[in-house]
Design a protein around this ligand. Structure first.
Ligand code: BDP
Length: 334
């Protein structure tokens, strides 16, 4: 066989073999590039936060033609929020949807939103998180040494007290052990309001109420209803409105850094959409949560919040001093 014949045969071989190789190798390559984002929430399936993140996942999957998918783990199955954050910090969990309350000990800058009575009402809070202050705080999380990236905010309504004995005044709180989220700021808030603040994860509250380790807790109507904690002792829901804390969803920096710049932009865009979708779901469901609590026999107590506001002034003074200028900007948002 002469050389030119050999070369021609070689090309002919290649023409057959290369497409075959490609057919076998290319899907593998694509498969190797696929990414499943594990996302977790302590709230149950069907809760507005959970539904909004699932919907973000579907959009992400469609936009990347299946290259990036999201698997949701609701109901606290991956642990407490503190544990979720720890997993996200090392890349074991990709998206943690947590209350900003538990992020405070890791990223102190966010405590400005965790101060008692810092927002006039929910509408005020929404305007702040949607605007420049909200963006800056997400940036602060991403720039902090916490190894997390702030993706977006969610609504969590207003936190109110629920107790076994009715609370109509700060005096009624005396001697009552009230569960708070794990952040010293909240323990001091409860102590200032008259009760005894006890820190624990959301997953422990039900049995702590049943066994009498605590006399009550505080949260929005959505959690009070969906957790069924009204079946564990508390029959009174006092509208103290002491905390309006936005939720945040953060991504593990380990995962974020592996995303292409285009995927990062896409995720940020979809996160903003999730922020607004969650709000619509929240508004759609809230009246139902309240109605069902009342149907279950929970007594709603409307009260004058002024004494609670005044009692917590030392907490705002202590934790708020460092946020002087930011607090002014927040107050100026109308
Ligand atoms: C709920 C938040 C959740 C918190 C929980 C709590 O949705 O992120 O874990 O409160 O009190 O409102 O721990």
């Amino acid at each position: 066989m002469n050389t030119s014949h050999a070369i021609r045969r070689c090309f002919a071989c290649a023409a057959i073999i290369l497409p075959l190789l490609a057919a076998v190798a290319l899907p593998r390559l694509a498969a190797a590039q696929t990414l499943t984002l594990k996302a977790a929430d302590v709230n149950p399936a069907g809760y507005p936060n959970v539904v909004a993140l699932e919907s973000m996942g579907k959009k992400l999957e469609a936009a990347t033609h299946g290259r990036i998918t999201l698997k949701m783990f609701p109901g606290g199955v991956l642990g407490s929020e503190k544990e979720m954050l720890e997993q996200a910090q090392v890349g074991g969990l990709q998206i943690a949807r947590v209350s900003l309350g538990v992020l405070g000990p890791l990223v102190p800058e966010v405590n400005v939103f965790n101060l008692p009575f810092v927002f006039r009402d929910e509408q005020h809070m929404r305007q702040v998180i949607d605007g420049p202050v909200g963006d800056e705080l997400l940036e602060a999380v991403s720039k902090s040494p916490a190894r997390l990236v702030g993706l977006g905010w969610m609504d969590s309504g207003t936190r109110n007290l629920y107790t076994k004995r009715p609370v109509r005044s700060t005096d009624d709180l005396k001697g009552q052990k009230i569960r708070m989220m794990g952040n010293p700021l909240f323990i001091e808030t409860m102590n200032a309001m008259g009760g005894n603040g006890i820190a624990m994860g959301a997953g422990e509250v039900f049995s702590a109420l049943q066994t009498g380790v605590i006399d009550g807790a505080e949260n929005n109507p959505a959690v009070f209803f969906t957790s069924r904690q009204y079946n564990a002792g508390p029959r009174y829901y006092s509208l103290t409105r002491h905390l309006i804390i936005p939720e945040i969803f953060v991504m593990s920096k380990v995962t974020w850094d592996k995303l292409s710049p285009a995927d990062q932009v896409l995720l940020k865009k979809l996160a903003r959409e999730a922020q607004l979708e969650q709000r619509a779901l929240w508004d759609r469901n809230m009246a139902d949560y309240v109605a069902r609590l009342k149907e279950a026999g929970v007594e709603f107590i409307d009260l004058d919040t002024t004494p609670f506001f005044e009692a917590t002034a030392p907490v705002r003074a202590k934790y708020g001093a460092q946020f002087d200028r930011l607090l002014k900007r927040i107050a100026d948002v109308r």
